[in-house]
Design a binder for this molecule. Structure first.
Ligand SMILES: *[C@@H]1O[C@H](CO)[C@@H](O)[C@H](O)[C@H]1NC(C)=O
Ligand SMILES: *[C@@H]1O[C@H](CO)[C@@H](O)[C@H](O)[C@H]1NC(C)=O
Ligand SMILES: *[C@@H]1O[C@H](CO)[C@@H](O)[C@H](O)[C@H]1NC(C)=O
Ligand SMILES: *[C@@H]1O[C@H](CO)[C@@H](O)[C@H](O)[C@H]1NC(C)=O
Ligand SMILES: *[C@@H]1O[C@H](CO)[C@@H](O)[C@H](O)[C@H]1NC(C)=O
Ligand SMILES: *[C@@H]1O[C@H](CO)[C@@H](O)[C@H](O)[C@H]1NC(C)=O
Ligand SMILES: *[C@@H]1O[C@H](CO)[C@@H](O)[C@H](O)[C@H]1NC(C)=O
Length: 469
């Protein structure tokens, strides 16, 4: 199957090359300019108007993607030459899938008032919906995409491309890339009809690709330079296709291309909906630092803007349109610390490191960044500063319900009972929980109430359990 995919790609390219008219059709439709994801999960972020200024003047991004249809942002983007991607929020997918008038009224009230003064060009129906457990939403995805497309037509936005964003876990096999296969629970049910829709409407397969995650799960077997597009001499040949890879990003993208070919859609264009690298995180998140983030993002931007385009081994010479993640560090994102530190900018608008999404490099090169070495030693998980006390009480009760020894030491009369303070007890319970369950995926997070520390909170005879790196 993969062979027919490659052949089809090759003949498609040849077609583009021989016919000037076709070439214009194949190439001119999309430009290589790099966009930015403007996420808003922070309580300390600049206003939409100031953000748009930063996107244009500081980052020099050609496109912006938002995670809803926020009217203040769409208004702030009015009259700019920035291409805009909006999103139908996940919770609309099920209702919209069976109700055309709801699709119509959403487009009419959320998008039509801003179009075309705001250059809305892409509409993603949901965010990584196929990675969430709600199967009803999976089944509703393609019907919702069709209804949204119909609604756009009705309101004169027929040029807007409709897609949905996908994470790498839509694949059940991705290595080697030629082995790329969609998960069996979605392949025929959702992905096949989705690809038919994307192919028919000449839209894109919007993919979120983070080489950071596979690398950080397996840093001893995957070379860091290979993950950061920094290696000059590592080559990996895919035994199935014979294609030669120089970086992890290409392998991840091509796994999706082979998976699409396997379902009979070798030509649907790929759009990188998100990619990036965390500039910081918690002590246990290796490789998340400013040096690596700057290295990856500068390299990936260079790749996206290369002239002529380099594409990927399975699709050489093709433009890869993209959005880098993300505009800001967002302090209200859930999950481990890295999730909150993907920004190119701090919330105060200053750059975390030098980067411009139009590919410009400062005269005389970038300022040298310090290389950081990973922390080695013990870490504890304690109550974060300014955590809501009521919520901490609930989190303490939850931690104590996990494992029958977690809160043993803070029971009355035991070594960590006194001083009887909520914060001390919760810090003990968070540390005890995390040290027991980290291996099974337990995190030091507790809805943002917990934070990692390398300062031992033990006192007297009360010894706090820890994680050792
Ligand atoms: C469909 O959506 C319209 C517009 O929002 C709403 O008035 C109507 O009640 C919905 N119909 C159903 C069956 O949910
Ligand atoms: C290809 O993927 C399958 C799972 O679908 C796996 O069992 C197999 O080992 C993979 N092949 C290689 C060469 O890794
Ligand atoms: C995809 O679209 C192309 C161009 O419109 C068409 O020729 C091709 O048959 C479509 N592929 C499938 C599998 O429907
Ligand atoms: C690649 O180059 C680096 C630095 O020049 C060197 O340390 C490494 O051994 C080389 N790796 C291979 C596979 O040749
Ligand atoms: C912006 O925030 C960063 C990170 O907190 C800080 O290092 C920097 O000094 C701040 N810049 C200004 C101008 O306040
Ligand atoms: C604190 O948390 C409780 C329970 O989770 C919540 O009801 C309350 O609104 C929160 N208070 C503040 C100030 O956020
Ligand atoms: C406490 O946990 C241990 C190990 O997980 C288990 O064997 C034991 O049955 C548990 N005891 C109680 C009272 O739940």
């Amino acid at each position: 199957m993969w062979r027919s995919g490659v052949m089809a790609t090759v003949s498609f390219l040849r077609l583009c090359l021989v016919a000037a008219l076709l070439m214009a059709f194949c190439r001119a439709e999309i430009s290589s300019k790099v966009g930015i994801n403007y996420g808003q999960l922070g309580n300390n972020l600049p206003s939409p108007l100031h953000s748009v200024h930063l996107i244009k003047s500081h980052l020099k991004a050609g496109r912006v993607k938002i995670y809803d249809a926020n009217p203040d942002i769409l208004r702030a983007l009015r009259g700019t030459d920035i291409d805009v991607s909006v999103m139908l929020p996940n919770n609309f997918i099920i209702p919209v899938s069976s109700n055309q008038s709801l699709a119509d009224s959403w487009v009419e009230s959320s998008l039509a008032p801003f179009y075309p003064a705001t250059k809305i060009q892409y509409l993603l129906v949901g965010n990584e919906i196929l990675s969430l457990p709600d199967k009803t939403a999976w089944h509703s995805l393609v019907p919702a995409m069709r209804r949204i497309k119909a609604a756009l037509k009705k309101h004169g936005l027929n040029k807007v491309k409709v897609g949905t964003s996908m994470a790498m876990d839509v694949l059940e096999a991705s290595y080697p890339p030629s082995n790329g296969t969609f998960r069996s629970d979605i392949a025929t049910l959702v992905v096949e009809p989705m690809l038919r829709f994307l192919n028919r409407t000449k839209s894109f397969y919007f993919l979120d690709v983070y080489p950071y995650f596979p690398w950080s799960r397996d840093p001893y077997n995957i070379n860091l330079e290979f993950a950061m597009l920094e290696s000059k001499n590592i080559t990996v040949t895919d035994p199935g296709s014979g294609l030669v890879y120089h970086n992890l990003f290409d392998q991840m993208v091509d796994a999706n291309i082979f998976a699409m070919s396997r379902l009979g859609y070798p030509d649907v264009r790929v759009w990188i909906a998100e990619t990036g690298w965390p500039n910081g995180g918690d002590y246990d998140q290796i490789g998340a630092n400013i040096y690596n983030a700057a290295t990856y993002n500068r390299n990936i931007v260079k790749k996206f803007l290369s002239k002529p385009p380099v594409g990927t081994p399975a699709r050489p010479g093709r433009i890869i349109p993209s959005f880098v993640f993300a505009l800001y560090n967002e302090n209200q994102k859930i999950g481990p610390g890295t999730e909150r530190q993907f920004g190119l900018l701090y919330p105060n608008g200053t750059g975390v490191y030098e980067i411009q999404l139009n590919g410009d490099v400062p005269k005389g090169g970038y300022k040298q960044l310090p290389r950081s070495t990973p922390y080695k030693g013990r870490i504890w998980c304690v109550v974060a500063e300014r955590a809501n006390r009521t919520a901490v009480g609930a989190a303490l009760a939850y931690a104590c319900s996990q494992g029958n020894r977690t809160c043993e030491a803070i029971r009355p009369g035991k070594e960590c009972y006194r001083p009887n303070s909520l914060v001390r007890h919760a810090s003990y319970a968070f540390s005890a929980y995390w040290s027991q369950f980290k291996k099974q995926g337990g995190s030091c997070y507790f809805d943002g109430l917990a934070t990692q520390t390398i300062v031992d909170p033990s006192y007297g005879s009360c010894k706090f359990p820890s994680v050792t790196l």
